[in-house]
Every structure is written in structure tokens, then in C-alpha cells.
Design a protein around this ligand. Structure first.
Ligand SMILES: [Mg+2]
Length: 201
């Protein structure tokens, strides 16, 4: 890891993420029910689940900011100990400002990972901007780090490992896993769900 990246990662106290194309492979899987309604199933990667638990055990605040809305994403966020999910937000800087205020954080203490133009305004602001290899070019240009793994294939884990490593927390966590149970990593305050009608479902 280069010095600049390490310095940025060492300051991070909150990690925020997009969903589609980061926690998933970006495919939107729709299916029709017999009564004519349409629903969707979402696939998440277990590597990213452990990533979230490791961050929670390290006291890092976790949040999701997504333009879409789906109960499966809310479920995933809750069981993994996320503190915030902003769903239906195409303008993602509003939720960023809200989290900064609620948690009394500075921009340099926040990391964000996203893959498309809706993520660009937030990526240009935060202390550590991360994206995936299959992101759009404008986002890749703005990012401080492009993961090796693609969205839905452990890209989020790669980012959290990089941050934990820069903070000297990764190896102690690995040791903890070898010698004891992981314990409860859920957010003590529970999951705050903030929903906007701006985005698409
Ligand atoms: Mg996306």
C-alpha cells in the first residue's frame, strides 16, 4: 500500500457504501409473480458479511447509501450491524452530510465505495474514495483506490481489509478469530432506516 493511501485509510472512522455493483454484481434480477406483480432477488457475498462484522468489532461506523429500495438490502444491513441505511437517494451527498452531523465526523474520516455517476459527488468529497474495476471511467478517475475484486465478489471486503490493515487492526482481528468467538457485532443503537422517494425501486 502506498504512503498516501495508507495515510488516508488510517483516518477512517466510518465506511459508507453503494449497493448495486458493489455489494452485488450489479445485475438486477426481476421475476414475475403469478398475480402479475414483479419482485427482485438480490445476491450478496458472504466475504462482505464478515468484512462488516470485522469493522463493527473495530468500532467503525457502517452505512449504506443507495438509490434503490429493497427489503432484502435492509435485512442484510440489519444483520451485519450497519448503523445507517439511506435508501431511494439518487443525490447521495445529503445522506453524507446527515451522517457527518449525527456522528460528529469530518470528511477525511469517511470512506465511500461506489461504481456509477450517482456516486461521483460523494466520492469527490470523502477522505477515501474507492471503486471497483468494472465501474464507469469517470468514477475510476476520481477514486483513490480501485479494488482488484469486482462488485459482489468481495470488493467491499478488499476495501475494509485495506482500512483495517492501515489502522493496525487487521492482524489482531485475525488472531481474535483464531482464539475466541466473534461475539455480537450488531450496532448498539440498531439500524437507522431513512427512505426517500427520489430514487427508483
Ligand atoms: Mg452502483
Amino acid at each position: 500500500m502506498n504512503k498516501e493511501l495508507q495515510a488516508r485509510a488510517a483516518k477512517i472512522k466510518a465506511i459508507l457504501t453503494d449497493v448495486d455493483g458493489i455489494l452485488t454484481d450489479g445485475k438486477l434480477n426481476f421475476f414475475a409473480l403469478p398475480d402479475g406483480r414483479v419482485d427482485e432477488f438480490k445476491s450478496f457475498n458472504a466475504l462482505d458479511g464478515v468484512a462488516a462484522r470485522m469493522c463493527r468489532l473495530s468500532g467503525i461506523i457502517l452505512g449504506i447509501i443507495t438509490g434503490r429500495r429493497h427489503p432484502a438490502t435492509v435485512h442484510r444491513a440489519r444483520v451485519l450491524g450497519f448503523s445507517y441505511i439511506y435508501q431511494g437517494f439518487l443525490t447521495k451527498t445529503g445522506p453524507l452530510e446527515d451522517i457527518l452531523k449525527r456522528e460528529n465526523l469530518r470528511l477525511e474520516e469517511v470512506a465511500f465505495i461506489g461504481d456509477d455517476l450517482t456516486d461521483l459527488p460523494i466520492l469527490l468529497k470523502v477522505g477515501l474514495a474507492v471503486t471497483v474495476p468494472n465501474a464507469v471511467d469517470q468514477v475510476k478517475k476520481a477514486a483513490h483506490y480501485v479494488t482488484t475484486r469486482r462488485g459482489g465478489e468481495g470488493a467491499y471486503r478488499e476495501m475494509t481489509d485495506l482500512i483495517l490493515e492501515a489502522q493496525g487492526k487487521l492482524e489482531p482481528l485475525v488472531q481474535k478469530m483464531l482464539t475466541s468467538t466473534w461475539g455480537n457485532a450488531e450496532s448498539p443503537a440498531g439500524l437507522q432506516i431513512i427512505t426517500s422517494q427520489e430514487g427508483i425501486s
